[in-house]
Design a protein around this ligand. Sequence first.
Ligand code: ACO
Length: 339
Amino acid sequence: MRRYSRISGTGSYLPPRRLTNADMVGLLAERGIETSDDWIVDRTGIRARHYADDGVNASDLGLQASLKAIEAAGCQIGDIDLIIVATSTPDMVFPSTASILQRKLTESAQALGQPGAAGGAAFDVQAVCSGFIYALTIADAMIQTGAATRALVVGAEVFSRILDFNDRTTCVLFGDGAGAVVLEAVEHDGSGPAVLASDIHADGRHTGILCVPGTVSGGQVLGDPLLKMDGQAVFKLAVGLLESAAKAALAKAGKTEADVDWLVPHQANLRIIQSTARKLKLSMDKVIVTVDQHGNTSAASIPLALDEGVRSGRIQPGQTAMLEGVGGGFTWGAVLLRL
Ligand code: ACO
C-alpha cells in the first residue's frame, strides 16, 4: 500500500460567445485580410472557438470549471488545500490567478454557507500549452509527499486578448476556456485510480518560435504584447516531442501503448494530434478531439478535452488515459493516469 493521487472530478467551461470560421472570415475581412473556412479546416481541423467578453478574466472561466469539478468530486470548496492554475493569460501581473480564484471560490462557498478555501497554498504555473501537464505533475508530487491532500488543478486562458488580428496565420487558431480537475490522495496497492507516471521537459533554445515578447516596465508595455509563432518550426518539433514524452511516461509506469485506452492530447491542431496518435499506434477512435469546436485553448485544452471525454461517457472509471502537451518555451510533457 502507498499514497497516490487520483482524479476524483473534472469540470470545464467555455465562454458563451462562439465564433465559427465564417465569423472569423468576416472579422478579418473588416481589416482587409483574407481567410476561408476551407483553409482553416484543411490546415488545422478548427471549425469554431469561444471568446470571453471584455472584463471576463481567466479566473472567471477557471471559477466556473472549478465549481463543476468540485461538484463532480463530491467534495466541498473548503476541502481544497492546494490550487494550481496553469495560464499564460493571467488576470494581472500579480497576485497569481490562483490566489484570485481562491478568493472567488471562497466567496462562492460563503454564499452557500460553507467554509471557504482560504489558507491552502495557491500559485500559478507558466508553461504555456504544457501548463496543465506541469501543474498536474506538481500537484501529484505534492500529494504523494503529503504536502497536500486535495488539489484543484486548473487550466484557464483568455488567449483572445493576446492575438494579433492582423496576423491570419495565428489569430484563427486560438480560443478561450477553462478546465479543472480535483486531484486527491488515495492509498492502494497500485491497482486503483492514480496518476501512474509523468514526464516533463523544457528546451529554452526555442523560446523564439512561439512567444509573446512584450513586457511591462515603468508603467508601459515594452515590446510587442501579441502572440508570434513560426508555425512550421512548432509543427516539426511538436510531433517528435509528444511521442518521446508519452513513451517516457509509459516506460516509467511499466506500460506500453497497448495499455492506453484514451489519448487526451493538447488540442493545437488536428494534424499534430493525428501524427502523434499514429506514432503511438493508437487509432483516432481512442483519441479525444475537441480542437474542432474549441480551437487551441493553450493550458485549458487538455482538461477541457478530459472533461468532455468523461462527461460524454467515453472515458470510464478504471480506464487508462495518456495526457500530453507541448507549447511555448519550448515545453512538453505527458501524464499517464488511471481514472
Ligand atoms: N487563411 C488563409 N491563408 C492563410 C492563413 C489563413 N488563416 N494563414 C496562412 N495562410 C497562407 C499563408 O499566407 C501562406 O500563403 P503563401 O503560400 O501564399 O505565402 C500559406 O497559407 C501557407 O502558410 P504556412 O504558414 O506555410 O501554412 P502551414 O501549412 O505551415 O500552416 C499552421 C500553418 C496551421 C500554423 C501550421 O504551420 C501548423 O499547424 N503549425 C503548428 C503550430 C500550431 O498548431 N500551433 C499552435 C500553437 S502551439 C501549440 O499549441 C503547441
